[in-house]
Design a binder for this molecule. Structure first.
Ligand code: ATP
Ligand code: MG
Length: 324
């Protein structure tokens, strides 16, 4: 049997170049070799989403991004988390064997609790348990993710080991799969690029929007004037050139150090490169968006195929937990 791949992303906004370079490019590649299941995790989005009216539009936009990036519903199962409700049942069952101490230690829980002190909800603590349920409901062996997800993956493996020891050996231990760009910094130059930090460049942005966003990017803070020599090694704009413009990287580095180009020029070049790279994606996306009823069809078909696997796993888990 081919190995199984699972990954998910939160519908908190459109996909950005960090998502693409860190995760989606692997989603696409793995489709030819593995049985792949990709999920828009709408329940996870509820832990932080303030504007619920945005949820359905976000789901559609994300599916469009995925399809335009090369995810193929003929090869992979593409679905929305809440459309296969067995995941919530597995989440509840896993919560009975997951020590609370493990969850309270998770760095993202502490971070979210700091970011939204007025809304430290129960779902935030249980986030990694639901994520584990997402993955193991499909008995996935491999999980393509960005570096920020490694602690969650490690926890998923611990929960699996605990389940397999305490109850019965049902689940494989899922392995993380990183790309060569597992952590893209955001336009603030400090944090990881992230939808919810609004420091991102959307794949689907127009060329003008992309240029405008990149203009706001932080560069070397010591370079105050155009004539100051720059330090490419601390500059995120320089790093981004590496992904879109790698042949010119050495030249850009020298010009920056010699102050023969300024940050404005350097950002203009980057905008151009990103816009060139994204042009086919944007065309495909517009074309798919025109197909009436197509997204609904993809999501319904994905949920149906995912549901068959999910039901079988839940039956097995309930049997092992003496619930049948
Ligand atoms: P949010 O801010 O809502 O959490 P996000 O931008 O972090 O959104 P996710 O939906 O959480 O995006 O992540 C989707 C996938 O993209 C995950 O596998 C994640 O590890 C990866 N990813 C997210 N941000 C980056 C980044 N800056 N660099 C590399 N990979 C990333
Ligand atoms: Mg995230």
């Amino acid at each position: 049997m081919k190995g199984r791949v699972f990954s998910g992303a939160r519908p908190t906004g459109k996909q950005h170049i960090g998502n693409y370079l860190g995760a989606i490019q692997n989603y696409v590649k793995l489709q030819d070799e593995y049985e792949c299941i990709y999920c828009i995790v709408d329940i996870h989005a509820l832990t932080t989403l303030e504007d619920l009216d945005q949820l359905q539009p976000n789901i559609r936009e994300m599916m469009l991004d995925w399809l335009a990036a090369g995810l193929d519903p003929e090869k992979s199962i593409l679905f929305v988390q809440s459309h296969v409700p067995e995941v919530t049942e597995l989440h509840t069952l896993l919560s009975m064997i997951t020590p609370l101490g493990w969850l309270l230690r998770v760095p993202t829980f502490k971070e979210k609790a700091r970011q939204q002190p007025e809304n430290v909800n129960y779902g935030l603590v249980g986030y990694p348990v639901l994520q584990t349920a997402d993955i193991i409901l499909y008995k996935a062996n491999m999980v393509p993710v960005g570096e920020d997800q490694l602690p969650h993956l490690e926890l998923a493996r611990e929960i699996v080991r605990r389940f397999n020891n305490l109850i019965a050996p049902v689940f494989p231990e899922p392995q993380a799969k990183l790309t060569t760009a597992p952590m893209i910094r955001g336009l603030d130059g400090q944090n990881k690029m992230s939808k919810s930090l609004d420091n991102h460049i959307e794949l689907a942005a127009t060329p003008k929007e992309t240029e405008k966003r990149i203009k706001t990017a932080f560069t070397d803070p010591q370079r105050k004037f155009r004539t100051d020599p720059g330090r490419p090694e601390v500059c995120n704009v320089y790093d981004l050139h590496g992904f879109y413009d790698s042949e010119k990287l050495e030249e850009i580095s020298q010009q920056c150090r010699a102050a023969t180009i300024g940050c404005v020029d350097c950002k203009k070049m980057l905008s151009k490169e990103i816009n060139n790279a994204m042009e086919p994606f944007r065309e495909r996306r517009a074309e798919i968006a025109m197909r009436s009823g197509y997204l609904e069809e993809v999501m319904a078909d994905g949920a149906e195929r995912a549901g068959v696997i999910a039901k079988e796993t839940i039956r097995e888990v309930k049997e092992k937990m003496c619930l049948l």
